[in-house]
Design a binder for this molecule. Structure first.
Ligand code: MLT
Length: 272
């Protein structure tokens, strides 16, 4: 499944951002933000499912996929600014926003700080907490091991935690795709993004301020951002919906796209 890839320069660092823009012009817009260390192609199944009725945009976060890295230090705040710049460049004033894991950290930060630009939020396999000291230390160890043993080894190690046990039998192709996404990310971007993740701020304390429709989804077997993390956000965001996806780990949109897409479509068709 190949989507036409576009590039556009955004004012911050004159950065070249790579994105796909499918579906009908004039239709309601939904923007997808990928997790770490993947790229926009992780949303292919969602783009296919939604493009009949929506304008569907998926972009590569700086330093990942085919977007350039720029010169600034990476941070979730910078990724939020990139998102807003991209929307501005594409003349999108208001959009629905869907983020998985790191994409969810970015989406939450964007919605809390710039609520006027967003109509609805879909949080998938993510959480609102900052890294614990142990998690920060683990990130530093990961950086060391990437530098010592390389990206392929890192990809193989990561994959063990990303998927539900059954996906290793039923989703071999998807797992291969994810491995490709990881090994196609530069070592420098992996390191810079790991640092950004480790210093990110929590977004839990402002969840009650979110007034737009919110759908929270999580793979039942997600070990990285488990259902308990989703439950915590669900309790704090008034009126939010929570849906646990069976037969899925951390990459619920790829491991069980049927269920994911049904819930996503049901939710966004109710947003006005
Ligand atoms: C992701 O999928 O984006 C990462 O697992 C997020 C993280 O490491 O915190």
């Amino acid at each position: 499944m190949h989507h036409l890839e576009n590039h556009i320069r955004i004012p911050i660092n004159n950065l070249k951002v790579s994105y796909t823009d499918e579906g009908k012009n004039g239709a309601r817009v939904i923007i997808f933000i990928h997790g770490f260390p993947f790229n926009k192609s992780m949303w292919n199944m969602q783009v296919e499912a939604l493009k009949q009725n929506y304008r569907v945009i998926a972009f590569d976060i700086r330093g990942q996929g085919n977007s350039h890295a720029g010169n600034d230090d990476f941070s979730i705040e910078l990724f939020v600014k990139d998102l807003l710049s991209l929307m501005d460049a594409l003349k999108i004033d208001k959009t629905m926003l869907c983020g998985l894991s790191m994409g969810g950290y970015i989406a939450l930060n964007a919605v809390e700080n710039y609520p006027g630009h967003f109509k609805a939020l879909i949080l998938s396999d993510t959480n609102c907490l900052a890294d614990t000291p142990e998690a920060k230390e683990k990130r530093m160890n990961t950086i060391e091991s990437i530098r010592k043993s390389g990206v392929e080894k890192y990809a193989d190690e990561s994959i063990k935690n990303l998927f539900a046990p059954e996906s290793f039998k039923t989703k071999k192709e998807e797992i291969g795709e994810v491995r490709e996404m990881i090994i196609n990310t530069s070592e420098q971007s992996l390191v810079n993004t790991l640092i950004a993740l480790s210093v990110r701020k929590e977004t839990c304390s402002r969840l009650q301020e979110i007034k737009m429709p919110v759908l929270i989804m999580v793979g039942k077997e997600d070990k990285i951002t488990p259902p308990s993390a989703a439950q915590l956000m669900h309790e704090k965001i008034k009126g939010s919906f929570l849906y646990i996806i069976e037969h899925a780990g951390h990459l619920s949109n790829m491991e069980n796209p049927d269920e994911f897409n049904v819930q996503l479509e049901k939710f966004i068709s109710s947003v006005h």
